[in-house]
Design a protein around this ligand. Structure first.
Ligand SMILES: [Zn+2]
Length: 403
């Protein structure tokens, strides 16, 4: 089956994950795609392919070489984002995109002035939505590309080492790495195929923590509270005003970190502020955490009782902290991207990835571009030519590591 047909088949299967459900997979329908992928892997000769009870799909293409070759892997996620409708995806193909406005349906259009990623795909054949759902190129572009890679290896065999395949559920709700089976997946390193513009090799993401700040006030009838009342909500305002003003997502980009106030609750007696703390740089990340601790200490000293308490919980870390000790997975991908005639480019992810979690679980896992764009919404699209190039990059990675 060609790459486009695979992609169109996969996007029509509803695999939306659900953050409100605690089981894994969060939605049983993700297994519909999982079953199909196992069937196709078996047909392509990956005889050990299977899906576990949590909906993870695994396969190993065993080494066909007499020489020891470093085992590597490729990973993509099967679920789609809960942020936009994901059922009844009705993809449409635009041949030879002319660079103009794309009319998705009667009311919705995509203007390259606003959707600037369109400049990367002029002249390509695109897959777009009908404006009613997301497309699911995130990450079925990656799934289809890995499956095409497997097919190419089956039809045109070449010497290679052990190649592991993994398809995960529930990535979009932050749980794709939770139950990933590293006892089966014995790669030295792997790549997630979950990026955007072709040629992309991403290996930096945020260090991330959450902070809950609690405030205890002293409630007294407001008519007789002079010099007695301490309003917990005012304590919360004071706390926030003592944090660095420009460490705010509305003022940051690139490598600039932030503290984001995500929720506020309050009464006179009790108030709570919830923040997320983000920075690519571990030293600056720790300094931001120290800012929180310093303000807490200052306020408790000022009020003379434990008016403020703080709980900081780490969420995930920048995979570069691990990869910097051995950048060979990144260098290998850059060489492969160059060899197929593209220019490698790297951007620091302003979020986290399953690859970051897997990296800290012992499987270094940078992220490759897939040719999909505008993820998580109705304006999502994919370039068929870039998807084909993504397959070329994967094959070249395998050939390079097998030399
Ligand atoms: Zn994704």
């Amino acid at each position: 089956m060609n790459l486009l047909d695979r992609f169109l088949t996969y996007v029509k299967i509803d695999t939306q994950s659900d953050p409100e459900v605690n089981t894994c997979p969060s939605t049983e329908k993700q297994k519909d795609l999982g079953h199909l992928l196992v069937k196709e892997l078996l047909e392509l000769g990956v005889s050990n392919a299977y899906m576990d009870k949590h909906g993870y799909v695994y396969g190993l293409i065993p080494s066909n070489s007499q020489r020891p070759i470093t085992p590597i892997g490729f990973i993509a996620h099967m679920d789609t984002s809960p942020d936009a409708p994901g059922a009844h995806v009705n993809p449409r193909i635009i041949k030879n995109y002319d660079g103009g406005i794309i009319q998705l349906n009667d009311t919705l259009s995509m203007d390259p002035k606003q959707f600037t990623a369109l400049k990367y795909v002029v002249g390509d054949d695109l897959v777009v939505t009908d404006g009613n759902t997301l497309l699911g190129a995130d990450d079925k572009a990656g799934v289809a590309e890995i499956m095409s890679m497997v097919e190419i290896m089956a039809l045109n065999p070449f010497e290679h080492g052990d190649i592991y395949i993994g398809f995960t559920p529930d990535e979009e709700i932050g749980r794709g790495a939770d139950l990933f089976d590293l006892n089966f997946f014995k790669a030295k390193f792997a790549y997630t195929a979950d990026g955007s513009l072709i040629g992309g090799i991403e290996y930096e993401n945020f260090n991330a923590a959450s902070a809950r700040v609690s405030f205890v006030g002293k409630s007294i009838h407001p008519g007789s509270s002079k010099h007695k009342m301490i309003n917990a909500q005012h304590l919360a305002f004071e706390f926030h005003s003592l944090l660095p003003v420009f460490d705010n997502p509305a003022y940051t980009e690139g490598y600039e970190g932030f503290n984001h106030l995500s929720n506020t609750e309050g009464s006179v007696e009790f108030a709570k502020l919830s923040y997320i703390i983000r920075n690519h740089d571990m030293v600056k990340f720790n300094k931001q955490k120290d800012d929180f601790k310093r303000v807490v200490a200052f306020m408790n000293d000022k009020y003379g009782y434990e008016a403020v308490s703080l709980k900081i919980t780490d969420s995930y870390f920048n995979m570069l902290e691990v990869l910097k000790h051995d950048m060979s997975p990144v260098e290998l991908a850059k060489q492969a991207i160059t060899n197929v005639g593209l220019t490698p480019h790297s951007e620091a992810i302003r979020g986290g990835t399953d690859g970051a979690r897997l990296t800290f679980m012992g499987l270094p896992c940078p992220n490759l571009g897939t040719g999909g764009f505008n993820f998580h919404g109705r304006f999502e699209f994919a370039s068929i030519q870039q998807m084909e190039q993504a397959v070329d990059v994967m094959i070249e990675i395998i050939k390079l590591i097998s030399k």
